[in-house]
Structures are given as C-alpha cells and as structure tokens.
Design a protein around this ligand. Structure first.
Ligand code: AMP
Ligand code: ZN
Length: 135
C-alpha cells in the first residue's frame, strides 16, 4: 500500500488523532501551517474531491464543522481556513483527498492569495460558460 494516509488508516503509521467516526479520521498535520492545523480525511481512499462521492464530501465537511470549534477553543485561535489542494497543480502532494483545517489569528502573519481583475464582460462570459458546463 503506497498511500501514506491509507497506511495511517491501517494503523501502520502513527498519527496524532483528534477525531474519528465511521467515515472520517482527523489528525494533526505533521508540518503545521499554524499550531493545531488538522487534516480531515475519509477512511476510504479517494484520490480527490472529483472522484469522491458526495456522501464522502458531506461526511468530511460534517467532521470539519464538529472539530473546528474544539480546535479554536484549544489553540486560542479566533478563525480558521478550510481548504483542499485538489490536484498536483493546486499543491496536492498526498493523493488521498483531505481537508486542511488551519487555525488563524489576526496577528499570525499569513497572507491571503493575491487577486486579479476581469476585463469588461470577461467575467460575465466566463460565468455563462461555466454555468452551461455544470452537470
Ligand atoms: P497536500 O499538499 O494537500 O496533499 O497536503 C498533504 C499534507 O499532509 C501536508 O500538509 C503534510 O504536512 C501532511 N502530511 C504528510 N505526511 C503526514 C503524516 N504522516 N502525518 C500527518 N500529516 C502528514
Ligand atoms: Zn489513501
């Protein structure tokens, strides 16, 4: 078994567990962006959000909602980011879908992503194209 998160699920690699239910295991990221950075991972292997069933995605988000208040209370953080690096170009390294739950505070020094601008009509045209392509 090559997938490191599947190895964690199988108990072959240890983790600092914070939560588990039927479908999901959550544990501390080994290289945290901030203290308490938690990974919320489905027990069953799915490569990414596109391949995971909607029930799995829902179970992951339910776990995030459950865990987040405890992470904030415990770390003293006042906010959090939730994100998925979906695909290699987006920074996904472990090819087993997972949410990052990253505790934040006003003075943590982390920057948000830079923004761009659309030209006239460009956003509207792009939105129409995407809307027409949504399954
Ligand atoms: P991603 O770039 O979204 O695939 O994120 C993978 C995350 O998994 C990174 O933040 C790593 O620090 C984390 N990670 C890798 N191996 C382990 C491990 N054995 N235990 C906990 N976190 C890990
Ligand atoms: Zn896996």
């Amino acid at each position: 078994m090559e997938c490191i998160f599947c190895q964690i699920m199988a108990g072959q690699i240890p983790c600092d567990r914070v939560y588990a239910d039927d479908q999901v295991l959550a544990f501390l990221d080994i290289a945290p962006i901030t203290r308490g950075h938690t990974l919320v991972v489905p027990k069953r292997h799915w490569t990414d959000l596109a391949s995971a069933p909607v029930e799995t995605a829902a179970a992951m988000m339910a776990a995030v909602k459950k865990i987040a208040p405890a992470v904030l209370e415990t770390t003293g953080a006042t906010a959090f980011n939730v994100g998925i690096n979906n695909g290699a170009a987006a920074g996904q390294i472990v090819m087993h879908v997972h949410f990052h739950l990253i505790p934040r505070r006003a003075d943590d020094g982390l920057r948000s992503w830079p923004h761009q601008k659309y030209g006239p009509g460009e956003g509207a045209a792009l939105a129409r194209q995407i809307a027409a392509t949504v399954g």
